[in-house]
Write a protein that binds this ligand. Structure first.
Ligand SMILES: [Zn+2]
Length: 453
């Protein structure tokens, strides 16, 4: 038996055209710039998020896609004031305080309106907290000084380093509250040393009191950890976020109908919402813009995908995943026809290849795609446990998942901070990501065989 071919000669030549067109185009950069600079931060429930839904829908319609807005209810948490200072500490000059740079974690409850003042107890991990017991924690502010592993990130495993540290962002408040703490702070989950606090969603357990939760800049965590062994360190903390009633939002879903098997869909996606401190350029305007670019290039080159290419701008990835959950509920009956799902949500750094979430045989099937992408330095293929948060429900149902394997060594310098802004996007690298997604999405839409699942 001859080896079955995955791609026709025509498809292979179209993949090369798409790659070259993507590398030569500034469309993705212009769309990223519009979302980040003209619209701005897009936290769920905000006016900017609403505007972004309308904008992306209109742009996809202008490209000739069949666009639907699929409704989901999203949380509407708003950040208020966030200030903190050390008001008593060893060696303190009379009448002085030391400012603590921090930000509220998403979903955090507020302190009393006048703030709260309590001694800080520093722990490096959950185990150390447990060893202290209620007696040493009750009535205090707990600071989890668990450092993001920069060495691991420098080796190219930034996502793993993030995963390790983010356990504290999620679990710190309830672990501390269980022992009677009045507030929980974490060392920011991130890698830069510019005294930037990194926000992100926290989680409260149902069976313990909700206490205010924040992330301090790494430098402030170091300072407090330096003082604490010398004697009592007392902090005044003011956080005034509010959880408003949920509001309506939408997944923006745009179909470029397939010419042969239109009922089969290849999803290419990013998330439309962002945190509120910066303008969400890298997280994740870039992912949405590159997904839009895939449709733009296919249309511009007048290519005809056999399967439907479905562009999705997901709602509410950051603080609820309601877009992903809502899509799964609405479309579960059609999951058998979801051929593959791609998400770009790991920054817009230089891509070196494709992450695959699925069966081992996928690697062999994708080799011709990797060969095309190798000419722009993106020919690697490797497996990951999950290729994107929003496509998680699809992957769980067996749909093969993919994402660009990008250089993320600096991503967590800016992730969820005020410095997630347009200047962090390198136009050439963004175009390289567009080349990866265009070649991958169109290749999957035209591959001759079904994918194993
Ligand atoms: Zn993201």
């Amino acid at each position: 038996m001859p080896t079955p071919i995955q791609f026709s000669t025509q498809t292979l030549s179209e993949l090369k055209q798409l790659q070259q067109a993507a590398l030569a185009s500034d469309y993705a950069f212009r769309q990223t710039a519009y979302l980040a600079n003209n619209i701005g931060p897009r936290l769920s429930g905000s006016a900017q998020e609403k505007r972004a839904v309308e904008y992306v829908a209109a742009e996809l319609r202008a490209l000739g896609l069949e666009v639907r807005l699929e409704k989901v209810m999203v949380p509407h948490w708003v950040r208020g004031e966030e200030t903190a200072a050390l008001v008593a500490f060893p060696g303190q000059a009379p009448g002085t305080t030391q400012k603590t740079v921090l930000t509220a974690l998403g979903g955090s409850v507020a302190t009393p309106p006048e703030g709260l003042t309590a001694d800080v107890v520093v722990v490096k991990d959950f185990e150390e907290l447990q060893s202290l017991g209620t007696e040493k924690v009750k009535g205090r502010i707990v600071l989890f000084n668990h450092a993001y592993d920069k060495a691991m990130a420098a080796q190219g495993r930034a996502g793993d380093a993030y995963g390790q540290a983010v356990a504290y962002r999620s679990g710190a408040p309830s672990a501390a509250a269980k022992l009677g703490a009045v507030a929980a702070l974490i060392r920011s989950v991130g890698s830069a040393d510019y005294r930037l606090p990194h926000t992100g969603q926290t989680k409260y357990a149902d069976d313990v009191p909700k206490i205010p939760a924040g992330a301090v800049a790494a430098e402030d965590a170091d300072l407090i950890a330096h003082l604490a062994p010398q004697g009592p360190v007392r902090m005044r903390l003011l956080l005034t976020p509010q959880e408003l009633p949920e509001v309506e939002s939408f997944n923006v879903v745009g179909d470029l109908k397939g010419s042969g098997s239109p009922e089969q869909a290849v999803i290419v996606s990013g998330h439309l919402d962002s945190w509120d401190l910066g303008t969400g350029a890298i997280d994740d305007a870039s992912g949405v813009a590159v997904s839009m670019q895939v449709a733009n290039l296919v249309q511009q080159l007048k290519l005809r995908p056999r399967r439907t290419i479905r562009v999705i701008a997901w709602a509410n990835e950051e603080n609820g995943l309601r877009g992903a959950k809502g899509y799964a509920e609405a479309h579960i009956a059609e999951f058998a026809n979801h051929f593959a799902a791609i998400e770009m949500d790991g920054g817009a750094g230089h891509p070196v290849g494709i992450n695959i979430s699925g069966k081992p045989e996928l690697k062999e099937l994708l080799k011709p795609i990797a060969t095309v992408l190798q000419t722009s330095g993106a020919g690697a293929l490797d497996f990951v446990d999950g290729a994107g948060a929003d496509i998680g429900p699809l992957e769980k149902a067996g749909v093969p998942g993919f994402s660009p394997m990008s250089d993320s060594r600096t991503y967590f310098h800016y992730h969820h901070t005020a410095a997630d802004t347009l200047d962090k996007i390198v136009p050439r690298e963004l175009a390289e990501n567009a080349a990866v997604l265009a070649v991958l999405a169109y290749g999957l839409a035209n591959i001759e065989q079904p994918l194993p699942r």
